[in-house]
Design a protein around this ligand. Sequence first.
Ligand code: GDP
Length: 177
Amino acid sequence: TEETSDTEKAYRIVMAGDAAVGKSSFLLRLCKNEFKLNSNATLGVDFQMKTFMVDGEPTLLQIWDTAGQERFRSIAKSYFRRADGVLLLYDVTCERSFLNVREWVDMIEDISQEDIPIMLVGNKCDLRQGAANCVPTSYGEKLAMTYNTLFCETSAKDGSNILEAVLHLARELTKHA
Ligand code: GDP
């Protein structure tokens, strides 16, 4: 946490989760209100900064998008070390990405200096209609309870819950600070 000016609070949030769960798309929707069907994979690390009103207070969020690929995990680790909070995404249509959440939580808890707030996000919920073998909402809720994280389901495609997820995490960071 740092104070950028007299009034503005600033937090550093890092995105986590397997490749292709929608981390870049989530960030693009949040910051530019855009969506691309075939986005390029993030190589290494990219970040966006934007000020949000959190409980009536301007709050600067610096959000880091890390690549989910195995070969970049070591780079990503140095970002988790300095994170105030984490957006941990899985893809509700990809069971593997949900099963891997555990590994991500373990890594984050291992690396971050203290208990940092995590928002567990089941993304691509727009695809649930008609898709077989999706991760049920109740599974996400249960896992979030197990790890004592926040939880929500989002769609970077239609924008649902994206801002809510971020504001909810930001509120938690404000409390935590
Ligand atoms: P990342 O590797 O985690 O950053 O994932 P990307 O943001 O690159 O997304 C991977 C693919 O999933 C891209 O083709 C996106 O267009 C698509 N995608 C991301 N989020 C959503 C979503 O909420 N709904 C749908 N239908 N597709 C999505």
